[in-house]
Design a protein. Structure first.
Length: 123
């Protein structure tokens, strides 16, 4: 193991090709930023699920125009798809893809715009 002049181990990063002393503050900064990213995605996910609930409670929505078991199946499958998108965004952001917060934000904005248009009767 390579050490600096103070005897601290040097960390070799294969992604960014940086050699430097291990610093506790850099680890805490990374953990803190990932925590904020996951919190933002979680809050956006709650908003998306709330919008989804408002859409499914709307009487003019496509799920409510279907009958019986088919309507319940459609609602469950759409909730499952919403959960899959949220889970994928959280897992990718937690495993080194912090840009997922921007992708999920864009998805949430588009989802909100579509929900607003449908709930306000514009479409």
């Amino acid at each position: 193991m390579t050490v600096d002049k103070c005897g601290r181990p040097l960390i070799k990063c294969s992604k960014c090709r940086i050699n430097g002393p291990f610093q506790r503050t850099s680890v805490y900064a990374i953990v803190s930023s990932v925590t904020w990213i996951l919190a933002i995605i979680a809050v956006l996910g709650i908003a998306n699920f709330a919008l989804h609930r408002a859409m499914s409670d709307n009487t003019e929505h496509a799920h409510s125009q279907m009958s019986g078991p088919l309507a319940r199946l459609g609602q469950r499958l759409s909730l499952l798809a919403e959960f899959a998108v949220l889970l994928a965004a959280l897992l990718l952001a937690a495993n080194g893809w912090p840009e997922m917060v921007w992708a999920y934000l864009a998805y949430s904005i588009l989802n909100g715009a579509a929900g607003w248009a449908l709930l306000s009767g514009r479409i």
